[in-house]
Design a protein around this ligand. Structure first.
Ligand SMILES: Nc1nc2c(ncn2[C@@H]2O[C@H](COP(=O)(O)OP(=O)(O)O)[C@@H](O)[C@H]2O)c(=O)[nH]1
Ligand SMILES: [Mg+2]
Length: 284
């Protein structure tokens, strides 16, 4: 089964195009869409209500706007609680810039044994339409910074949230990291990066498929507050490399054990474990 998780904030103009497009693409396959409506103040709720009887759609509402971190967390937790470990969870942006046809190439890679497959603007054949030169340059620099800081094998595009995950790896990450799977929740779009950093610590195997971002289809402006997100990236680099119990040293044993014996790793590092260090408790 394919679970499509969509974080949505004020997406009344995009959802009427995007949801039927996803349904058309996945027609004939077992799938379910989960839209987390992040306290939208436009007609997003009414648009979703209109689709509820015709599409396999669940809506997780936030009464007030909580930001992308909490929205992603709630969408993934909702899917992870209900899905089978053999299912696939795909995160698609609700602004109609992610073409659902890429879901198939990502699933093909998962079937080759990877746990996480990113869409990547930076692989040969990838790119972006409708992004101005300044934003494209900033995004390239940010991604090079992330590559230098976190060096996840098989990954070049760290900030594009359009990804497919083996459901089991998300379930295991929630068991092990708990509320700190997405820890930097109040720092703009940092959560999208944090998810792959934590999954890398866990021992996930990553691959990418080339992808063209259709920013030319975007209705309205970007909702990213770049100053807060940039602060989040720096803070995460600090927490990751912090010499006194930073994430990298704290979870050094985890990746090795998880790859050898996932059940043993979940038991040893899981929520009931008392091995958690103070640094990992910092939230924003
Ligand atoms: N900015 C923002 N986006 C949110 C929030 N909650 C959910 N989202 C969704 O997160 C996704 C990313 O936002 P978007 O404007 O597309 O960012 P961009 O593509 O980087 O310009 C979209 O699907 C939004 O609807 C929130 O509180 N703030
Ligand atoms: Mg977007």
């Amino acid at each position: 089964m394919i679970w499509v998780v969509l974080p949505a904030y004020n997406e009344q103009d995009s959802l009427p195009k995007l949801l039927p497009k996803i349904a058309g693409t996945l027609q004939g396959k077992p799938y379910r869409m989960v839209v987390v409506n992040d306290g939208s103040c436009d007609s997003t709720a009414a648009v979703l209500e209109g689709f509820k009887n015709t599409l396999p759609l669940d809506v997780v509402p936030h009464v007030i706007n909580r930001g992308l971190g909490e929205t992603e967390r709630d969408g993934f937790e909702y899917a992870a609680l209900q899905c089978d470990p053999a299912d696939v969870i795909v995160r698609v942006e609700a602004d109609d810039t992610h073409e659902p046809s890429y879901i198939f190439s990502m699933i093909e890679k998962l079937e080759q044994g990877y746990d996480v497959v990113n869409t990547s603007r930076f692989q040969p054949g990838g790119g972006q339409l409708g992004v101005d030169g300044y934003r494209a340059a900033i995004s390239r620099m940010a991604n090079l910074f992330m590559q230098f800081m976190f060096g996840i094998p098989g990954t070049r595009d760290y900030s594009c949230g359009f990804r497919a995950y083996r459901a089991q790896i998300i379930q295991d990450a929630i068991s092990i990291f708990g509320n700190h799977f997405i820890q930097l929740r109040g720092l703009g779009f940092t959560s999208t990066l944090e998810m792959i950093v934590k999954l890398h610590l866990l021992g996930a195997r990553f691959a990418e498929v080339p992808f063209v971002l259709r920013y030319d289809q975007k209705q309205g402006n970007s909702k990213m507050v770049s100053s807060i997100t940039t602060l989040g990236y720096f803070l995460m680099a600090l927490l990751y490399h912090w010499p006194f119990g930073g994430w990298k040293s704290q979870y050094r044993q985890l990746r090795k054990l998880y790859r050898e014996d996932r059940q043993a790793a979940v038991e040893r590092f899981g929520l009931n474990s008392i091995r958690r260090r103070t640094v990992s408790r910092i939230s924003f």
